[in-house]
Design a protein. Sequence first.
Length: 118
Amino acid sequence: MLKDYLRLHFIVLLWGFTAILGKLISLPPVELVFWRTLLAAAGLAGLVVARRQSLWMPAGEALRLLGIGALVATHWITFFLAARMSSVSVCLAGLATLALWTSLLEPCCCGGGCGFMR
């Protein structure tokens, strides 16, 4: 349990430094997200090559992944833009409400939009 507690605090620390670095780095938010994505893609491609795995997938799945990637990129662009336009604390307060917004936007399990589980 202590190990999980330490992991949670480490993640919170990383989130805090993400906003601070986003405010301190002089690149515009779109370019910052582009370079972060490029580095992550290069790292994942290196991992796929090292494991000798295939990157093939059906076209429908590739389009769905591209759509999800666009949504995530929009999230990070607005995150870094919020850090620049206001303050790091306001930006992190918005990030901390992620679970609230997810619970409001996620469809209800019973289809009625009530927010209660069956």
